[in-house]
Design a protein around this ligand. Structure first.
Ligand code: SF4
Length: 370
């Protein structure tokens, strides 16, 4: 496919790998922040093709994986109510809460619907004025603009039977939390290209400076990732720690001003819990006071739900890059994509699911066509 195949070209990938090999003189640990990048790295065997000295650490950038158990349980509570039509993207339906998931609620008679856009949920609200329609708004800076736009439209159109269950998280505070961890082994970051396409790159130079860590804004195709790694290794070998943009075809330095204006209007920054990691200060968005009436937590009075993480699942350590999925005793035995014990096995962007899907193929690693 034109425009995608050219970023999976095996000869160009080999050339980049040779440049990385020629540059590398010692061991380096590089974290790819985004789950989409993790998926691409494992799918194409990029980590296996790199020099042995380079370790890729998989970061917390899978939105499904980091959505805290507490929010899942709030979603289950709301979705089970007879007056509610609960709308969500499909990958959230199998994420286990404390005792069940949204599929179970649906099988027990709950009106749980998969939609492809939050605006679809708003249409359902318009068509069902006697029901309460809730959209499960999770994710990073990438999914937040569409959710913000939907709440803005709901208010503008006077649609009062719509609300948003919000659990948005932000990448820069997570990077800071990872670097502040006493166990941190990360020496460079591949920053998530699609997040920067929305937010721009201005938040990252201060982090690079403060933690003396190179950051390279990176895309998602094999050549994008290899180029991001090449630039990160070059900075590490040179003793530099700067922000570089290796994804300029999608990321302007200023991001998307219209999306940022919408986010600023609808959301405000708040402390946010991350599944398996805990609360990171000022690492999320909630609805601003102007839109508080559209907050499902307030509308349904579910603010007091508190839960404990599974003692078996080690997804918190996976999400912080402290262990690989295969270090978890449950990996591939009691925990599989069909029967996931933790969120990192549910989502296709989760590191556990990526390892399960691609590591089990009995084939040599190769840079495959997308
Ligand atoms: S393999 Fe399953 S139980 Fe283990 S960390 Fe991953 S999601 Fe959790």
């Amino acid at each position: 496919m034109k425009y995608l195949d050219e970023f999976s070209n095996p000869e160009l990938a080999q050339h980049l790998l040779e440049r990385i090999r020629a540059t590398t003189t010692r061991r380096w640990s590089i974290m790819e922040v985004c789950g989409g990048q993790t998926h691409s790295i494992i799918r194409h065997g990029i980590d296996q093709l790199l020099p042995d000295q380079i370790e890729m650490i998989h970061g917390p950038g899978c939105p499904v994986c980091v959505t805290p158990l507490e929010i899942i349980d709030k979603a289950l509570d709301i979705a089970a109510r007879p007056e509610v039509i609960f709308c969500s993207f499909g990958d959230m339906l199998r994420v286990p809460g404390s005792s069940k998931d949204l599929f179970r609620i649906k099988s027990e008679g709950g009106d749980v619907r998969v939609v492809y856009s939050p605006l679809d949920a708003l249409t359902i609200a318009k068509e069902n004025p006697d029901r309460q329609v809730v959209f499960f708004g999770i994710g990073f800076e990438t999914t937040a603009p569409a959710n913000a736009m939907t709440v803005y439209q709901a208010q503008r159109l006077g649609i009062e039977n719509f609300s948003l269950l919000v659990s948005h998280v932000l990448v820069p505070p997570a990077i800071a939390a990872i670097m502040e961890s006493p166990d941190c082994r990360v020496q460079a970051f591949l920053a998530a290209g699609h997040v920067c396409a929305v937010m721009g790159t201005s938040e990252y130079p201060p982090l690079a400076e403060k933690y003396r860590v190179p950051m390279v804004v990176t895309g998602f195709e094999p050549l994008d990732i290899l180029e991001g790694i090449r630039r990160a290794v070059t900075q590490l070998e040179d003793g530099r720690y700067e922000l570089e943009n290796a994804y300029p075809r999608a990321v302007p330095p200023q991001g998307n001003p219209a999306a940022k204006a919408m986010l600023e209007d609808v959301f405000e920054v708040t402390d946010r819990g991350w599944r398996g990691i805990g609360v990171i200060p000022r690492s999320g968005w909630r609805l601003s006071p102007k839109y508080r009436d559209y907050d499902a937590v307030h509308r349904f009075g579910v603010s007091d739900v508190h839960t404990d993480e599974s003692s078996i699942c080690r997804s918190g350590e996976v999400l912080q890059g402290l262990i690989k999925p295969t270090d978890c005793a449950a990996f591939g035995t009691t925990c599989t994509p069909r029967n996931p014990l933790g969120a990192t096995m549910v989502s296709s962007e989760g590191a556990c699911a990526a390892y399960y899907l691609y590591r089990r193929l009995d084939q040599p690693a190769e840079v495959a066509h997308a």
